[in-house]
Design a protein around this ligand. Structure first.
Ligand code: C2E
Ligand code: CA
Ligand code: CA
Ligand code: CA
Length: 279
């Protein structure tokens, strides 16, 4: 089962019929959410533990629905994908994240890269690369300060086509991270062919790292793999000091998780950026 925030809307209804109606309702409300300005981006820091510094930040969408309160992206992103609304929503996310990153760049002393989640529906569109280029031009964010997060399954279907698209994105100077790495079915031979920059180790392995030797072995192997392929590696969902210590003993330098900070709003993140870090 997926974990949910306390205030998140969830389909608790027992009857299937009722659930279908609720879903339809959510879909209709999703259609109006953009024009009603109900979305917000939250930001979760990604920390380089060797430098003891925030070096990047993942943008995560939040939906404040007037009726249901805060709706989790795990709930509405799938609906947005099925209905095609993800295109418009995704464009809003990319533009907003880049605008924000440019503001932080102009204000701060340290460069902080922004990571944006990309749905496979967005990735498949022919117009994607042109759109990214336009957003970078409009916001004036240097391309190397943008990274896009894609899941293994998004990349592993239509591999040859995807390699071309990823190369076009790379040519812009934008980074590519594979999200939830280890849960999909990336073949290692393909991994070498993809022009990617970062592997994000899935939270499920980090959660079990100190209690399950298999999980620890997988994490260790992914870190070695990343080193071999000259990729950056980020451990997701780090919640305890013990997990952090284990990861450091494996030479994993980048972490993201509640141990340091949950996703927070732009104002709160800005304060984190400005203040010194104390892990
Ligand atoms: P994801 O990309 O794997 O994002 C990481 C999720 O793990 C986030 O949930 C984050 O809040 C949560 N998380 C981070 N650290 C910890 C931790 O230490 N412990 C635990 N238990 N959880 C942690 P969130 O924000 O609810 O997002 C869920 C998913 O929704 C994301 O998973 C992503 O797949 C999707 N999503 C979120 N924002 C966007 C977006 O702008 N566009 C698209 N296409 N998908 C998005
Ligand atoms: Ca992600
Ligand atoms: Ca992830
Ligand atoms: Ca995920």
């Amino acid at each position: 089962a997926k974990e949910q925030g306390r205030c998140c809307f969830k389909f608790y209804s027992d009857s299937l019929n009722c659930r279908a109606i609720e879903r339809l309702e959510l879909e209709q409300e999703l259609r109006k959410a953009l024009e009603n300005d109900e979305f917000e981006l939250y930001y979760q820091p990604q920390i380089d533990v060797e430098k003891d510094q925030i070096v990047s930040v993942e943008a995560l969408i939040r939906w404040h629905n007037p009726k249901h309160g805060l709706v989790s992206p795990a709930e509405f992103i799938p609906i947005a994908e099925e209905t095609g609304l993800i295109i418009e929503i995704g464009e809003w996310v990319l533009k907003t994240a880049c605008q924000q990153a440019k503001i932080w760049l102009d204000e701060g002393d340290n460069e902080c890269r922004v990571s944006v989640n990309l749905s496979s529906v967005q990735f498949k569109r022919g117009s994607l690369v042109g759109y990214i280029k336009t957003v970078l031009e409009d916001t004036q964010l240097p391309a190397n300060l943008l990274e896009l997060e894609l899941t293994e399954s998004a990349i592993m279907t239509d591999v040859e086509e995807n390699i071309v698209r990823l190369q076009q994105i790379k040519a812009l100077g934008v980074g590519i991270a594979i999200d939830d790495f280890g849960t999909g079915y990336s073949s290692l031979s393909y991994l070498k062919k993809f022009p990617i920059s970062t592997l994000k180790i899935d939270r499920s392995f980090i959660t079990d790292i100190d209690t399950c030797s298999d999980a620890a072995a997988i994490v260790k192997a992914i870190i070695v793999l990343a080193e071999t392929l000259n990729l950056a590696v980020i451990a997701e969902g780090v919640e305890t000091k013990g997990q952090l210590k284990t990861l450091q003993s494996f030479n994993c330098s980048m972490i993201q998780g509640y141990l340091f900070s949950p996703p927070i709003n732009a104002g709160d993140f800005e304060s984190l950026l400005i203040n010194d870090l104390h892990l």
